[in-house]
Design a protein around this ligand. Structure first.
Ligand code: AMP
Ligand code: GLY
Length: 408
């Protein structure tokens, strides 16, 4: 089968490697170092369709949220393609925080108390702040590349957050905003495959969001992770998954794809913080190497609505993923033609995922999260030691990574 993966981050690299195991012909876009790639932007649906036509692509897998929210699944489906990911209607669960909150409330799924306001209601939004204790969370409604959530320690900063969001700081994401109660608990990501009748959790994972050790510094896309994550128990899965699937059925959402449920677990109650309509990054790099079932079969069954026929089998071993980021991350990267060395020295059983790299023969840093390395071992501690041992082989100017991933 010929498969096109849309997106070239670490997550898509992990999907590429999992799909390549079965010998299918896999393409990735935009350009990615060292693998079968083309260079078409993820939002250029017309050129993507043209590439799929010219190369007789059988199946398309979408990684990032932006094309999903733009409706790429509807566009490819209309041209007769089989494509993995939710349609435009369902992608609103990531495209609008208000949309998701309303769904959660209608279906009695625990979530933080909230109020939402549109741009014409700035004064009302500011007055409403006093109904929330501090800290208070202010969120731009739309897609903001993970930056649209502001946890405010004072009412003055919350007021400023409201003004900034409505002043278009998050470029198009701030027509509406959500003010939300701050929940103090343990955060976890629960990823599942979903079709019309079935919701199947993947193995659990933990993500480390802050740039520095001990969860210090700015929020990032994710600096590393591990799997499994025992915080997410079978009871918690059941509490969350059943009402979500029932809600989808009752409200006629034909959701097909991955649903990433962001949870805050407080007093054994899982509160849903958010939905993402795609695989997580770096959760995918930790979880997919543990999947024994052929990933292509799972993705095809999800797209076809046959998920109930699939039995996911998992490697019992633990995985640890560490992200290597460029100088400046999570702020902007100043292009400097920095070469990456030592990748060829990394043990063959450690999985390297390219993300912010470019170049044809020698990998060059392209900024942001550059690479991730994942090791598997019988225990978390062994996997952690193995991955950190192998990272010693890799170097580039300005390389930064956390040294406390999976450390107990
Ligand atoms: P979201 O994109 O909605 O998941 O928010 C990004 C991050 O902000 C989450 O991963 C949490 O760490 C934090 N966050 C969001 N909402 C809340 C909340 N109501 N209480 C506490 N932390 C939150
Ligand atoms: N690791 C968090 C995310 O993918 O959104």
């Amino acid at each position: 089968m010929k498969v096109l993966i849309i997106g070239n981050g670490g997550r898509e690299s992990a999907i590429y490697q999992a799909l390549s195991k079965a010998g299918d012909e896999i393409w990735i876009t935009p350009h990615s170092f060292g693998i079968n790639s083309v260079d078409i932007p993820v939002t250029d649906t017309e050129r993507l369709l043209q590439f799929a036509d010219n190369n007789k692509i059988d199946f398309v897998v979408v990684g990032p949220e932006v094309p999903l929210v733009n409706g790429i699944v509807d566009d490819f489906t209309a041209k007769g393609y089989k494509i993995f990911g939710p349609n435009k209607k369902c992608a609103q669960f990531e495209g609008s925080k208000k949309f998701t909150k309303e769904f959660l409330m209608r279906n009695n799924i625990p979530t933080a108390k909230y109020l939402s306001f549109d741009k014409t209601q700035q004064a009302e939004a500011i007055s409403a702040l006093e109904k929330f204790s501090l800290p208070v969370v202010v969120k731009a409604d739309g897609l903001a590349a993970g930056k649209g959530v502001l946890i405010c320690e004072t009412y003055d900063s919350a007021e400023q957050a409201i003004i900034d969001i409505f002043n278009d700081t998050f470029k198009g994401a701030g027509e509406t905003l959500v003010i939300e109660e701050f929940l103090d608990g343990i955060e976890a990501s629960l990823l599942c495959f979903v079709d019309e009748n079935t919701i199947v959790p993947l193995e659990t994972a933990r993500d480390y969001k802050r740039i520095f050790n001990d969860d210090k510094g700015e929020n990032t896309g994710g600096m590393g992770g591990y799997s499994p994550n025992p915080i997410v128990t079978e009871d918690i899965k059941k509490l969350v998954l059943e009402p979500i699937l029932n809600g989808f059925k009752k409200e006629n959402f034909d959701y097909r794809g991955v649903l990433f449920i962001g949870l805050m677990i407080k007093d054994n109650t899982p509160y849903v913080l958010e939905f993402n309509v795609r695989f997580g990054d770096p959760e995918t790099q930790s979880v997919l190497p543990r999947l024994k079932t052929n990933l292509l079969d799972v993705l095809l069954a999800t797209a076809d609505g046959n998920l109930s026929n699939i039995n996911l089998e998992w490697d019992e071993r633990c995985s640890v993923t560490v992200v290597l980021a460029s100088a400046g991350y999570p702020k902007t990267y100043v292009e400097n033609n920095v070469q990456i060395s030592g990748l060829d020295l990394v043990d063959k059983d450690v999985i390297i995922c390219h993300a912010g790299t470019r170049g044809e023969t020698i990998p060059i840093v392209n900024g942001g999260r550059v690479l991730s390395l994942t090791a598997l071992a019988d225990t978390l501690d062994q996997a952690r030691k193995k991955v950190y041992n192998q990272i010693k082989n890799v170097s580039f100017d300005g390389m930064q990574y956390r040294t406390d991933i999976a450390k107990s």
